[in-house]
Design a protein around this ligand. Sequence first.
Ligand code: DCT
Ligand code: MG
Length: 510
Amino acid sequence: MDPLPTAHLGHRKKRPRQTGASMTSTPHDIRFRDLVLFILEKKMGTTRRAFFMELARRKGFRVENELSDSVTHIVAENNSGSDVLEWLQVQNIKASSQLELLDISWLIECMGAGRPVETTGKHQLVVRRDSPDHSNSDPQRIPPPAVQTISQYACQRKTTLNNCNRVFTDAFDVLAENYEFRENESCSVVFMRAASVLKSLPFTITSMKDLEGIPCLEGKAKSIIEEIIEDGESSEVKAVLNDERYKSFKLFTSVFGVGLKTSEKWFRMGFRTLSKIRSDKSLKFTHMQKAGFLYYEDLVSCVTRAEAEAVSVLVKEAVWAFLPDAFVTMTGGFRRGKNIGHDVDFLITSAEATEEEEQQLLHKVTNLWEKKGLLLYCDLVESTFEKLKTPSRKVDALDHFQKCFLILKLHHQRVDSDKASQQGGKNWKAIRVDLVMCPYERRAFALLGWTGSRQFERDLRRYATHERKMILDNHALYDKTKRIFLKAESEEEIFAHLGLDYIEPWERNA
Ligand code: DCT
Ligand code: MG
């Protein structure tokens, strides 16, 4: 698929924007007579639908207000093919085999190209074929794991949340974290890789023979596995869990805004508890740390999936009030299928916004929340993104997109209306939220980067560098041999450029 022409993304004159019910369609010339579009309101909402209808008409598409026999393309958002068919059935309309059921991403690409683009598999909505016949899928006949083919790179392994080796991975996570606290990166990496490879195994390690052919488990990692198999625990891990420095760092870094440097300082000063630190008059705290202490209880109690979904609604409401065509995607651990997280991450992008509108959006959104009293903390970092810069070689480099690190006030009522009425006193919870705004043509790279996991990302970059002579980061993919940037419209295309089999988000829990 052609990427959007760059002229389209540059500075453009601002048009007066009509929204909502007030939007009436003015007659437009129909340039593409072979297509008749109908945009489904379900899950998209009236305003957003009206926006797309008007936009498409302006670009010369025929868009019907009502569904009729003449419609050739149904465009929907956040609906599967089955959802659309179900909706058609309820409307008493039979879908002909010619009727195309397409995702909104197709229409957005058409808008970018200024003409109908070819519909491909990634645009077509999938119709589930629920087969009640499970006689062929015998769970006993799972083939034995092909251990000899396990890659040393997490991006060539499928890692779901179903971890069969938690005893070992918990131990390695502790050791990796302890080395991180001691700023011993090379040792930390050894244990992160060991934990990561074990998380991908479809079976539990029960004897040392099971380790045959599994990479990243040499030396110390191997001897710790042996100890756990024999004694049920590792003496080294036990020692770390009882170590003053480890315990203090673990506690101090649990405060939002406190990193290794501050922890080190407090530890050296002899602090061991948060209450002592909080009440010490001689200590100076940053804004971030003040907020971290103020909302500590809420922030350590992790975000649930229901809370994340409620935040998602809040974010979409605010973003779409200013940019109705914007894509808002929940990224991070929740996109990987996790049911809890320490924050909720969102990627925002728009095919239609001018550079100015794009730059203003996060400001407008956070101002709106501020007015509503929902903004408990806000750190907005402007973009330092440069289009022609080669990607960063560092595996842990921060990206250059505009972003904000927030603490939002989430009213219980938005999560569960029953719970809200039961509780007296505080009727909200403080939630950490990250919003990232990226240029539309970089959305696939940003999405891949912000979906994580961190280990998956590190290994993707390491793989690109060492196996493909390419440099990958959250903005771009650069081919060092051909000396060109490789464009991508989707995560699938990035994997394809790297010569990797596609790994679904829920298989990236490395
Ligand atoms: N990430 C990134 N650049 C950053 C920070 C994060 O590319 N400066 C990526 C890596 C993972 C993803 O974004 C989300 O980050 P986190 O929220 O820290 O991780 P998570 O997997 O969502 O974990 P949690 O569930 O604890 O929030
Ligand atoms: Mg997260």
